[in-house]
Design a protein around this ligand. Sequence first.
Ligand SMILES: [Zn+2]
Length: 238
Amino acid sequence: MAKSLLPTYTIQISDRAKYLRLRISSEYGLEVIVPKDYDQARIEPLLLAKQAWITKNLGKAQARTEFHKSQPLLPSQINLQAIAQTWEVVYTEPKIAPKFGTYSENPNLKLVLNTNSPDLCHQVLRHWLLNMGDRYLAKELKKISLEIGLPFSKVTIRQQKTLWGSCSQAKNISLNYKLLFLPPALARYVLIHELCHTMHMNHSGKFWQLVKKFEPNYQVLDPQLREVWQIIPAWATD
Ligand SMILES: [Zn+2]
């Protein structure tokens, strides 16, 4: 059998790592995280043993990068499925380039930006999304919280890379603004999931029982959260 070729990878030496760990992302490719004093001769045999997994996940990361590259740099439409709103986006070209990006909203779901410089536009659009999250996701969380009788302390909308939401000991819930792009049932599931963490700060059997009580379909919805990345536009992800 021919010797398999390993993809290029980088090695990160970590003070905190106890074991070798692999990380794959569209930004950095394959990263091998090892503890201090790790015998680096052990890395290649381990990577060879894990090759099928590596190939599969590098493929996924690649598909993600290509999908994002195929999207227009600036969106002309933004579809916020969770709240059933599709916004039209208009970019204006000012005579003097503005220092700050600003936006205004028309009542007929039209968003007008004061600039057409891509970097500034991305900033403004992300700012607007956070604001939409404050207006709609926070409201929805309060509604569901009352509906299922699980109170929380405070809600914060965040721009997060991978987490959809989190809940602290003090029952502060944070929600990712990307939830706005998800189908309503899926966004609702995440909100229910985080509210259930106010009772159980773990993913124990008791936790899932509680989730099931409010969302019987959770076993179908939960894995979908890992497959929906295509819905999130590139400008909202970095
Ligand atoms: Zn959880």
